[in-house]
Ligand binder design. Structure first.
Ligand code: ATP
Ligand code: MG
Length: 557
């Protein structure tokens, strides 16, 4: 992956520049990053960017990378997601070693921080309702109004907060607020709520707590506890940074972390919103969160994307401060580039018609040595059986060909890939006029690798021998939405591409594919890159997903 490195070096991103400045100025003497998902759904390609960015920075500067679940909100989190997230992070190769943390394990420390702030006169218990708090907060043009409870004594605040913790109040009856500045132009600084009462069972701490910290208070403390240096997050938190800084400063953490924001990754022609994906799953339009048309990490893995291809993609996209959408074709480019030299090129017929070689011995099966990848000799060769009856692609024969059609038609000679030259001698049709069999004769002199060069042919087609063919199902995909046609309908529903999935139930593949396991991928010559579906493929009924076609509309600038 030499090439990737270059891309990175040339465009040293602004986060790297900040980190290098911090190290040079002695603000930090090490680098520690983290990936802090909320376990409330499956990870998607955007999260992959965040994971690889945080992990990559830690590696680059000899630092450490933590995996931390931000599980401070008991309403939305599920154990199921903890497992799927860890699987995805590991698959991407982001090694957190023994540093797997749960923010909920810091509840005691967060509580102590809150008490500390009360004692400093920097936090107070407020009895205003959620609605009143919103009213008092003001907006961009109106300054906020101070809460009538703002000037309670420290003793009273300590007692009331203790009572909140002891379960003496209902949800919403009282909150703890930071005492900052109701006139601040930044609304986040107008005495934000930092603790609330919520009588709820938490997936990790059970019923130990009935008060829970708010995200803006909890997150900086989590980072500080873990000695994170650079807390990298997405742009929507930029306005929260002054509050982040306030929390770590007022809680008096030594060597406090700093927050740096970057733009979220968006992709064209795909659906990333949890709400939309959930609906597609519930309506049975897609086959779960890992349907190969989605861009959850699980879906990309099932489709046949590799961690390397996703890394390459993330590197190409780079890190920026401006939101924009990346062309889906760029992701396709990256998987093609990754598989091109690594994976064998094999023969599979997606839309079969029989080719009978009338002068080839009946019952004979000849083993032909065919290179696995003409561009990479290291992959060696394999033995492919050849016989009198073959399957070829229906589109590789025409009764009456147009100009420049160099494949099979009566009287024309083509090369069978890795085998012999054959000349079309005729064909049979059924009562509906469909071609059922194509006839040909072969020239034994023309065997591939024999050095035959007495005459040339213009067309080369691929084939699979009938007696040893493996029947398989192939699934072809298109983007689930087409942005040029509009992502949404007038009523706000998704404008779905009706052709996003095509199932081809009667494909034939060469017998070398019999031993393929889930996720194994191949180039099916002339048809694209395919991989074994991890969910539906069995030995009796192999299923291959098309990862990507061979041709690209995308050009690397
Ligand atoms: P979503 O709403 O799409 O699930 P989120 O921000 O709520 O995203 P979290 O679990 O809170 O998801 O995020 C975990 C980390 O991933 C955060 O640091 C967040 O900034 C980052 N992240 C989320 N979406 C993207 C994205 N599209 N591009 C880059 N980073 C992202
Ligand atoms: Mg979230």
């Amino acid at each position: 992956m030499e090439e990737n490195k270059e891309v990175l070096e040339v465009s040293k991103n602004f986060i790297e520049q900040e980190i290098e400045k911090d190290l040079a100025e002695g603000v930090y003497d090490h680098v520690q990053t983290r990936f802090p998902p909320e376990p409330n759904g499956y990870l998607h390609i955007g999260h992959a960017k965040s994971i690889l960015l945080n992990y990559g920075l830690a590696k680059k500067y000899g630092g450490k990378f933590n995996m931390r679940f931000d599980d401070t909100n008991p309403t939305k989190e599920k154990e199921e997601f903890v497992h799927s997230i860890l699987e995805d992070v590991k698959w991407l190769g982001a090694d957190y070693e023994d540093r797997l943390f749960f923010a909920s394990n810091y509840f005691q420390k967060m509580y102590e921080c809150a008490v500390f702030l009360i004692k400093k006169g920097k936090a107070f218990v407020c009895d205003l309702s959620a609605e009143q708090i919103r009213e008092y907060r003001g907006d961009f043009t109106t300054p906020g109004k101070e809460s009538p409870y703002r000037n309670r004594s420290i003793e009273e605040n300590l007692q009331l907060f203790e009572d909140m913790k002891a379960g003496k109040y209902q949800d919403g009856e009282k909150v703890l607020r930071a005492k900052i500045d109701m006139a601040s132009p930044n609304i986040n600084m107008r005495d934000p709520v930092i603790y609330r009462v919520a009588h709820m069972t938490h997936h990790n701490t059970g019923d130990t707590w009935c008060i829970y910290p708010m995200y803006d208070f909890a997150h900086p403390i989590e980072d500080a506890i873990e000695h994170i240096t650079h807390s990298i997050c997405t742009l929507e938190f930029e306005d929260h940074r002054p509050l982040y800084d306030w929390v770590v400063r007022e809680c008096e953490f030594e060597n406090p972390p700093r927050q740096i924001e970057f733009a979220k990754l968006y992709l064209t022609n795909v659906v990333t919103g949890k709400r939309y994906i959930k609906k597609l799953v519930e309506d049975g339009i897609v086959d779960g969160w890992d349907d190969p048309r989605l861009v959850s990490i699980a879906a990309l893995r099932r489709r046949g994307y590799t961690p390397e291809s996703i890394k390459k993609f993330v590197e190409l996209v780079g890190v920026s401060k401006a939101n924009s959408s990346v062309d889906y074709a760029m992701l396709e480019y990256c998987i093609r580039e990754d598989l091109k030299l690594k994976r064998p090129r094999v023969m599979a017929i997606l839309d079969p018609v029989k080719l009978v070689i009338d002068n080839y011995p009946e019952g004979q099966i000849e083993m032909l040595s065919i290179p696995n990848n003409l561009e990479n000799e290291e992959l060696g060769e394999r033995e492919v059986p050849f016989a009198k009856e073959l399957y070829i692609e229906r589109e590789d024969f025409m009764e009456e060909p147009p100009k420049k059609y160099f494949r099979l038609f009566p009287g024309n000679e083509v090369r069978l890939m890795g085998a012999y030259f054959v000349t079309c001698t005729g064909y049979e049709k059924d009562e509906n006029g469909n071609v059922t069999v194509v006839h040909a004769t072969y020239d034994p002199e023309t065997k591939s690798g024999s050095g035959f060069n007495a005459r040339k042919v213009k067309g080369t087609i691929h084939w699979v021998a009938v007696p040893t063919a493996e029947k398989a199902e192939c699934r072809l995909y298109e983007n689930i939405v087409d942005e040029e046609k509009g992502k949404l309908n007038a009523d706000g529903t998704l404008n779905l591409n009706p052709n996003s999935l095509t199932v081809l139930p009667d494909c034939y593949v060469e017998p070398s594919l019999k031993t393929a396991k889930a996720y194994d991928s191949f180039q099916f010559m002339r048809n694209g890159y395919f991989c074994v579906d991890c969910k539906d493929s069995t030995e009796e009924h192999p299923v291959f997903n098309r990862i990507v076609s061979l041709k690209s509309s995308f050009k690397l600038k």
